[in-house]
Ligand binder design. Sequence first.
Ligand SMILES: [Zn+2]
Length: 294
Amino acid sequence: MIAHHFTIDVEEYFQVAVFESRVARSDWKRLESRVAAQVTQLLDLLARFNAHATFFVLGWVAKRQAALVRTIARAGHEIASHSWDHARVTTQTPLAFRESIRRTKDVLEGIAGEPVLGFRAPNFSIVRGTEWALDVLIEEGYRYDSSLFPIRRPGYGYSGASPDPHWLERPAGALLEIPPATLRWCGLRLPAAGGAYFRLLPYSVVQTALRQCERRGVAGTFYIHPWEVDPGQPRLDNSLLIRARHYGGLRRTLPRLDRLLAEFRFRPIRETVAAMSNAHTGDAERIAVSESPA
Ligand SMILES: [Zn+2]
């Protein structure tokens, strides 16, 4: 039975990209924090199904919620990086990106006491033209990326990329790519990895995408955010469309997650990375060397 990837992008409800122009970063520290309670709900849910997940955590959150990050790691889940402050790669210089992912890795490893291998860009913002970010990840000791969404969407998507876990051979070395799940439908490739697609579309969209992965013999990657299990979160102002997409179906999330965890088996991405690295000629040694925490 294939084990898929259950992933959680750990950020506050006010750090979501669609609110970037409405909530200044300088206001973040003044807003009510809700992430610990939300993550605790997800940890309880995962524990009920004895499932282990990968948590992509913002450095900004980890610095303020060290106990929460420690709790996640001690429960056997993987801690990975979601950048420092949710700046999209498309808005960053290579130097700013490097500083963000280095600082985040250092802080997360300091708290969790284990190496951070993975990265997911805010809003899947590694797009055509920003591939330099993949080299920076390799140079900073990351082993895998989960940012290349093989679809075409306004502002994000890396259409034409493989929908399955695969090796990227870059000038700086090799990096494993673990793309979010997509659905093959009538010759099209549609996003079906989680988030709003999970809350607002029929449950069968994500379910079918994961079944298609199983038929190809590969792990599918599902994602959800802590704020998506919190119908009581403060409502922030935005356009009607964005509010509908952001706040719609919040009460549906937990029951659907329950069903997903009952129907599919999940494991942290690092286990897939270890298995694929052993199969990747000559790479096993490199992994062994890089796994000792700096
Ligand atoms: Zn995010």
